[in-house]
Design a binder for this molecule. Structure first.
Ligand code: FES
Length: 161
């Protein structure tokens, strides 16, 4: 005859283990989503970030600009890194996020073809950021940029094309 107390204890221990695992997966899933979501969905808070000296920008060309800033989203805090391309044309600045609209890889500007190319799944964008071939479903996101006191500032919020 089975020991009912032992069976019940085993059942409870297994149940608690399963529930703990499910909670861990749920919490982990939420954390992973919070980390991955900004890259995939391209959502970022509106924030002006200093991004170098204006004198370093080459006129008429896409300048690759790395930005890093502190961000807080619900209970998560951390450093966000963002790659942007900024093209000065006289006093005007044209800025694009380098984040591919497909799965969030960073695109590279190809001087020879004058197009942005994504190394992950061969997505291609024209020089305005419009998606022209491959899997990207949308254009590259436009960013606001400005120069103040000799410094380049980029707004990390997305301005859809
Ligand atoms: S992530 Fe750029 S084409 Fe897939």
């Amino acid at each position: 005859m089975p020991d009912n107390n032992m069976t019940r204890r085993k059942f409870l221990a297994t149940g608690i283990g399963v529930i703990s695992g499910a909670i861990a997966l749920g919490v982990g899933g939420a954390a992973i989503t919070a980390v991955v979501a900004p890259a995939v969905t391209n959502k970022r808070e509106d924030k002006w970030v200093e991004a170098g000296n204006a004198d370093d920008l080459v006129q008429g060309q896409f300048n690759k600009i790395n930005i890093a800033y502190d961000a807080k989203d619900a209970w998560m805090e951390g450093k966000i890194k963002l790659l942007a391309y900024v093209k000065p044309d006289g006093d005007n600045l044209f800025a694009l996020s380098a984040t591919c609209s497909h799965l969030g890889c960073n695109v590279k500007f190809d001087e020879q073809s004058g197009k942005f190319k994504c190394p992950c799944h061969t997505g291609v964008y024209d020089a305005t950021g419009k998606n022209i071939s491959g899997p990207p479903p949308k254009p590259l996101s436009h960013l606001e940029a400005k120069i103040e006191d000799g410094k380049l500032f980029i707004n990390t919020g997305i301005k859809e094309a």
